[in-house]
Design a protein. Structure first.
Length: 749
């Protein structure tokens, strides 16, 4: 045998393995994971999964919600979030991220690479004040969770900002980060220096290798907890019930706790704490301080990452076992100061979903041991999570402050406690959430929110609270109510044909008042034509001109088709029946009886307009707002008549809507007929009528009105503006629908 052949036999397999490793770890390759693998990973809490990226990306893309925390997530019992989500087929599944010793800095590094997957989505953070020790992140614990891949991704996207400089300095200070390209780049970013092209080349090469390792190894050695979860599920009632869960919690807790050891879970500690240990622990935490800590700055890194992703986050602050605190001497006054500091840091930057459980440490079976949430504690968490998950996924914008990286903040001790049942703006925690959601719309105008028949929020982001705006199509609901009053007076019926009033209109002998009200008439204006006359003379002349322009589509008859022409004809019918102008009837029906002070027709005398609080409007064009000519607004208002000619303030509009829905203006029978739309649009009487709430929207000539009201008129959202980009109109309508749903859901238990 030749020497070459002998050498190949010896070293050939090694060379092949090296080549294979190069292919696997240096060349780009893709991999996807099965649903079962992702589910297993979501509950495994292994360090491999925590440090990796690909598994988390696929999980978050498929509906998993990250639950960031530490050791409290490790104890699986029947009330654990993963068990409850599986048992009751929740719309979300928790992805558990963290373990003993995982704190803000490790979590921040682990969050890199999933920004896209968590953009405008939700996350849950169980944030313990006990992270906030004098030295902050324990280097040994950081070593367990440190992700070189996450750090490489961070560096490739880093900019010269306070957040990135601070993050780079903190990561570089950890002993686990050894000399090499990552360490040298961290130091450069921390110093505010730009990475060179060579730095970036080496980083990308390192990232690619780490990413391939992640794809290759992330599903290996997963901790199998699926059998445990399925076993715990069997202990839960088939149908969700808080009372039934409480019974399970008490039964399970009684089986596993020992009252002599402060309710400590024997399955966790394996045995009762020895007397020597208990003696050593007595008074041992008397000097603990969670108020001064570098952890507050590390925590700010997490918050900035959420802000960057526009992620909506629920923060849960757990308590300490009250008996344990008393025995060890841990100061509850100090603990509450640390809670106040955390809450200040959150709420001042727009993170408003906080479930503060910090005062519940004396509740029975709330804690399983000294610091870990127990059976009834998990029930409290589940209530908060359920409520939070009902909120729509949407973009959240935050107001971040570099102050929270400062030594001054880290060492601040005087922070006023927040009562999260009260809003620092003016109301409850729920009110704060709703206001934040409305403010995120970016609408410059006036806002009115009514809750349980009381003014809940009333403020302006531009103009004034009592500014009056052209309400456009929202006025249709008032025209419809006036028609129903004619029907109640027996001057008209829903079956009355349009031909009785306008016989020359095509299809008038088939079209009924009901068709006009729910926009199923089949009528429309000829293509290329507009409502009314070029120069206004009278309402009658306008309608006469509309008759000549009207076309009837037989195929469209009986089908919903939105056009203001239907309501213009209803105005003409009102005028013929009462021998008065529409304006006169509107004044008699609404303005005088309800004493409306900020309601006016657009063609009113200038002094009257000014007194009403009316403002000019602006159209958004080519990146700028341009004032709309008053003459054009008036001309369009005449042409729209009962479909868009009145300006109203939020409060006046609310009065009118409440009067139509529950006042003496209409009978209950009339309301049941008028506000009962048909699928799929459910439009009738000027409203889109759903089972939960009614909506109406107005847009035209630079004015925008959004109205949402429950069917009983007790809860209402009105938002008006004279400066909105019309391209955002459809988007804003959907967002405000979500806010209305959210506001109503916040009341549900």
């Amino acid at each position: 045998m030749s020497n070459k052949r002998r050498l190949w036999q010896i070293f050939g397999p090694v060379l092949c393995a090296i080549v294979l490793l190069i292919i696997v770890f240096l060349l780009p390759w893709e991999r996807t994971f099965s649903k079962s693998s992702i589910y297993e990973a979501a509950n495994s809490q292994t360090q491999t999964v925590f440090k990796g990226i690909k598994m988390k990306q696929e999980a978050f893309d498929s509906g998993y919600v990250p639950f960031y925390g530490s050791s409290e997530l490790s104890r699986i019992d029947p009330l654990h979030p993963s068990v409850l989500a599986a048992k009751y087929h929740r719309s979300y599944r928790p992805f558990l991220l963290g373990g003993p010793g995982s704190q803000s800095l490790a979590q921040f590094v682990g969050m890199q690479g999933t920004s896209k997957q968590l953009k405008n989505k939700k996350a849950v953070v169980i944030i313990s004040p006990q992270w906030f020790t004098k030295k902050g992140q324990d280097p040994a614990a950081f070593d367990l969770y440190y992700s070189p891949l996450g750090t490489a991704i961070f560096l490739l996207h880093a900019k010269n900002t306070k957040t990135d400089r601070y993050a780079a300095a903190r990561i570089a200070s950890m002993p686990t980060v050894k000399a090499g390209i990552i360490k040298s780049c961290l130091k450069k970013v921390a110093a505010g220096k730009k990475l060179s092209s060579w730095d970036r080349f080496l980083l990308k090469d390192r990232e690619r290798m780490l990413a391939n390792e992640d794809k290759f190894f992330s599903s290996f050695q997963l901790r199998d907890r699926i059998n445990k979860i399925e076993k715990e599920e069997k202990l839960l009632p088939k149908t969700y019930s808080e009372a039934a869960l409480k019974k399970v919690a008490d039964e399970q807790a009684a089986m596993h706790t020992n009252s002599n050891n402060f309710g400590i879970d024997n399955t966790f500690y394996r045995t009762r704490l020895p007397k020597k240990v208990l003696k050593k622990l007595k008074g041992s935490q008397r000097n603990f301080d969670y108020v001064k800590s570098p952890e507050y700055a590390d925590f700010e890194l997490m918050l900035n990452q959420f802000a960057k992703q526009h992620t909506n986050v629920l923060f849960i602050i757990p308590p300490v076992n009250a008996k344990w605190a008393k025995y060890t001497g841990l100061s509850m006054k100090m603990y509450q100061k640390s809670v106040a500091k955390i809450e200040k840091q959150l709420t001042s930057q727009g993170f408003e979903n906080i479930e503060d459980l910090s005062k519940d440490g004396n509740k029975k079976y709330f804690m399983t041991d000294t610091i870990h949430l127990g059976w009834n504690g998990w029930i409290a968490v589940d209530k908060a999570v359920k409520k939070f998950m009902r909120l729509p996924n949407e973009r959240y914008d935050y107001s971040m402050s570099n102050y929270y990286y400062s030594k001054k903040w880290q060492n601040t001790t005087k922070v006023k406690s927040l009562n999260l049942t009260k809003n620092h703006l003016d109301g409850s925690k729920e009110k704060k959430i709703v206001r934040h959601a409305i403010d995120q719309l970016g609408i410059k105008g006036s806002v009115l929110v009514i809750k349980n028949n009381k003014t809940w929020l009333k403020y302006s982001t531009a103009n004034k609270d009592d500014t009056s705006y052209l309400i456009n199509s929202v006025q249709k609901s008032m025209t419809a109510a006036m028609i129903m009053r004619e029907i109640e007076a027996k001057k008209l019926s829903l079956k009355t044909k349009l031909s009785r009033f306008y016989p020359t209109v095509a299809g008038a002998d088939r079209i009924t008042i009901a068709n006009l009200l729910d926009m199923t008439s089949g009528l429309d204006i000829k293509s290329g034509q507009t409502l009314g006359t070029d120069h206004f003379v009278s309402d009658a002349d306008n309608i006469k001109a509309d008759v000549k322009k009207t076309v009837f589509n037989k195929q469209q008859f009986g089908k919903w088709h939105y056009t203001s022409l239907n309501y213009v004809y209803l105005c003409g019918i009102l005028a013929q029946l009462e021998k008065k102008t529409y304006e006169q009837m509107f004044e008699k029906t609404f303005v005088k009886p309800l004493k409306l002070k900020h309601t006016v027709f657009l063609w009113a005398d200038p002094a009257v307009l000014k007194a009403s609080g009316w403002v000019h409007s602006y159209n958004y064009l080519d990146g700028k707002y341009h004032r709309v000519k008053y003459s054009k607004v008036v001309a369009d208002a005449h042409n729209e008549l009962g479909a868009g000619s009145v300006a109203m303030s939020d409060s006046d509009l609310a009065k009118v809507v409440r009067e139509m829905l529950v006042g003496k203006l209409l009978t209950n029978n009339s309301r049941s007929v008028l506000y009962h739309g048909k699928a799929s649009k459910y439009y009738n009487g000027g409203f889109y009528n759903t089972k939960v709430f009614k909506s109406a929207n107005g847009a035209g000539d630079g004015y925008f009105t959004f109205l949402r009201t429950t069917n009983d008129g007790k809860n209402m959202i009105i938002i008006q503006s004279n400066r909105v980009d019309h391209k955002k109109f459809s988007y804003l309508k959907k967002r405000i629908d979500h806010i209305m749903t959210m506001m109503l859901d916040l009341d549900r238990k």
